[in-house]
Write a protein that binds this ligand. Sequence first.
Ligand code: KG4
Length: 328
Amino acid sequence: MNILAIESSCDETSAAVTNGRTVLSNIVATQIEEHKLYGGVVPEIASRRHLENIYAVAEEAVNKAGITKNDIEAVAVTNRPGLIGALLVGVNFAKGAAQSLNVPLIPVHHLKGHIAANYITHKNLKPPFLCLMVSGGNTVITEVKDYNKFNIVASTRDDAAGECFDKCARAMGLSYPGGVNLDRIATVPDLKKYPLPTPVVTGSELDFSFSGIKTAAVNILHNLEQKNEKADIPVLAATLRYKVCDILYKNTVKAAKNLGYKDIALAGGVSANSELRKRFSENKEFNIYFPELKYCGDNAAMMGVAAAFESERADSSLNAFATMDITK
Ligand code: KG4
């Protein structure tokens, strides 16, 4: 089934044509340069840019796929979770497209899309497996019991890992998107020079907490500033990266052992992190799956692939939701 997929949950306007696990086209119009001026995503600007770009992006996706509009058999769209104004642009465009083409409309949860990014590259990957879903807004370990059946095993009690990277990067003077730039400039970690805490989450050995690490890194910078001293930013960045990835890695491996999983997939923007990929790649006890780098960030191809496994159908009353966990 040829699916035209639309993704506009944050700051990428994306459209793709997919068929099962195959990507026929994937167009991503990024707004990074504009949001960089403000140090982060400005929701109102994101919505306006989506509105300006979405038609051209969708048209290019259809043309690049080598099909015509009449070959589209369904329209899929991210309708949850994300920036509400940004989501609504994609949802309304998708409703119009589905109605005018007289094809089904498939609403898809954004995190299901991130997990499905793995199906594009790893054609044999099938549930059940364990997934570390780690992005700017989410950090969860979930059992993927079936393509549409999830059980959340652990989640963050405060900041997402990507948020911790982004906020610390900003305090270090790195430009948006912080997590990407922090990963790029990080060198060798030094926990003696820059001690960062290991958070303990009361009542759960698998849940995450990153706000204490974030505060500690920012305090290191402020204390040095007050003494008129400069931090060694590449070393501090590497220390933070090491600390966050160490926790993500250890909790995921512990969860896999506790639950008896052999297959572990990573998903979400932070799954592009070089330290995280290195840590998991070194583990020979489990089968480890990463999405290709081009499918780690937000893109419509992963949403189209997730839609292929989705039984839910919507009509013109479809709404968007800013928050919703993956089990709903
Ligand atoms: O999944 P994503 O594109 O958007 C959502 O949050 O849904 O994830 C974006 C997050 C941002 O926090 C960004 O800084 C982080 O992923 N990120 C990275 C890297 N690439 C993207 N964080 C650390 N290292 C990276 N290489």
